[in-house]
Design a protein around this ligand. Structure first.
Ligand SMILES: Cc1ncc(COP(=O)(O)O)c(C=O)c1O
Length: 501
């Protein structure tokens, strides 16, 4: 007992690196038997986390990686507040309602001056999409039941470019996903084909404002026209959901005249990620409905055991309050003017990056000028090396740039994608361009260098065998050796896919 105390006190005097905690590995699968000092636990975890990528250099993600220190303070101050305890934290609830109203207003929801908008804060766009999808499914089922028609085969029409959360919704909530296939050169949902695919079992058509793969906006206005016509002809009333995960905080500021939101009568709900261009750290999204009638009352739960009647329509019960508070901070801190400035800067940096990439002469730009600030680009010629190799080589400089193939029927097209976020400044853009140029140089010379070395080794081995065994071997040319090396390399890299979110 006395010895243990002596060791413990010695460990409190010594720095962590002079203690036993850095000498033994931390168990990976079972909870350790004994406690460890807090500074040792901090150090051990902190050090292992150093091996993660740097979020600021993670160009794969739309999700916010920088906020002002004042907002970081607010986040830390509310980290211990459970959002669901609305009666205990009425101000936090009020802030969420203000956010819902501000967003609904931005999206032209038909809400009177003294009316509150219908919407909810979620963990992200995925949860918002599940909730919106459930509302459509339930509304459609109720209508079919009332008409005495079968209601067991609901489907949803989307482009094949939808984010994985739509596939999740379809599988988890048993709705068939009918995807409009893409074609080479056209990487978003074709509204004409989408309208053709709609049938009496279609609960909604989901259009994307800012395709995850290329940032391109789908033509919601045309979709609204085509569906209005089809609804009139058939007597159905197929609605539209807009997945504005990224574009919902771009379009209102950059393209105020673009009609994609509640200005279009068939748009009944919209989701947006607060943690993308809403400029809040990961963990907040929003689902907004056009009117109360578009959200079936039976999906809203009313609980009172925390002190008062609380309506809830979320998949999870408990969640943090910080992200809601941070969203409200951004809205009042930046205002319309601030958001506009941020997205204009992003677009300007996107332009500079696109031009730098075009200057290399090696790439075709796949993203469009109007859309989410990102550059998606494919190799003009993939015979020497692929986009997957470029992605892998950029890692050496710290950049995380995903490479992926397009969905059906454009799988033959492989692209790299760089998302421009608020914190990706011009000097970083210029560095990235110069690193892409470096990587291209390396990849162009690499096969020659490797082949020259391989040819040298192979000639030496042939010579040695000849002199020992008197065997005459058939020599491969330098070109053949080089091709073999390149193909092994390509097979290795092609097997890897970098996920995008
Ligand atoms: C178009 C689209 N929808 C939905 C999502 C899912 O969003 P979240 O990560 O907020 O759940 C994404 C994510 O990138 C997206 O791009």
């Amino acid at each position: 007992m006395v010895i243990t105390t002596a060791v413990d006190s010695a460990e409190h005097v010594n720095c962590t690196f002079a203690s036993r905690y850095v000498r033994t590995p931390v168990p990976r699968f079972k909870m350790p038997e004994m406690s460890m000092p807090k500074d040792a636990a901090y150090q051990v975890i902190n050090d292992e986390l150093m091996l993660d990528g740097n979020p600021r250099l993670n160009l794969a993600s739309f999700v916010t990686t920088w906020m002002e220190p004042e907002c970081n303070d607010l986040i830390m101050a509310s980290i211990n507040k459970n959002y669901v305890d609305m009666d205990e934290y009425p101000v936090t609830t009020e802030l969420q309602n203000r956010c819902v109203n501000m967003i609904a207003n931005l999206y032209h929801a038909p809400v009177g001056d003294d009316e509150t908008a219908v919407g909810v804060g979620t963990v992200g766009s995925s949860e918002a999409i599940m909730l919106a999808g459930l509302a459509f499914k339930r509304k459609w089922q109720n209508k079919r039941k009332a008409e005495g028609k079968p209601y067991d085969k609901p489907n949803i029409v989307t482009g094949a470019n939808v984010q994985v959360c739509w596939e999740k919704f379809a599988r988890y909530f048993e709705v068939e996903l009918k995807e409009v296939k893409l074609t080479e050169g056209y990487y978003v949902m074709d509204p004409v084909k989408a309208a053709e695919m709609v049938d009496e079992n279609t609960i909604c058509v989901a259009a994307i404002l800012g395709s995850t793969l290329t940032g391109e906006f789908e033509d919601v206005k045309l979709l609204n026209e085509l569906l209005t016509k089809k609804n009139k002809e058939t007597g159905w009333d197929t609605p539209i959901h807009v997945d504005a995960a990224s574009g919902g905080f771009i379009a209102p500021f950059l393209y105020p005249d673009l009609e994609w939101d509640f200005r279009l009568p068939l748009v009944k709900s919209i989701n947006v990620s607060g943690h993308k261009y809403g400029l809040v750290y990961a963990g907040v999204g929003w689902a907004i409905w056009r009117t109360k009638e578009d959200l079936p009352e039976e999906l809203i739960f009313h609980i009172n055991y925390l002190g008062a009647d609380q309506p809830t329509f979320t998949l999870n019960f408990s969640k943090g309050s910080s992200q809601i508070i941070a969203q409200y901070y951004q809205f009042i801190r930046l205002g319309f003017e601030g958001y506009k400035n941020v997205v204009e800067n992003c677009m300007e940096n996107t332009r500079v990056l696109r031009e730098g990439i075009e200057r290399t002469g090696k790439f075709d730009i796949v993203s469009k000028d109007v859309g989410v600030p990102l550059v998606a680009f494919s190799l003009k010629d993939s015979s020497q090396f692929t986009v997957f190799e470029i992605s892998k080589h950029l890692r050496k400089y710290g950049w995380i740039v995903p490479a992926y193939t397009m969905p059906p029927n454009a799988e033959q097209v492989a692209v790299l994608r760089v998302v421009i976020r608020e914190d990706f400044s011009r000097s970083l853009v210029e560095r990235l361009i110069s690193h892409i140029e470096e990587v291209l140089k390396e990849l162009q010379t690499l096969p020659d260098l490797v082949a020259a070395k391989a040819a040298h080794v192979s000639a030496t081995v042939d010579k040695a065998l000849e002199s020992h065994e008197g065997v005459k071997r058939v020599k491969r040319s330098v070109r053949e050796t080089q091709e073999e090396i390149t193909s092994i390399w390509r097979r290795f890299v092609d097997g890897k896919r970098t996920g995008v979110c």
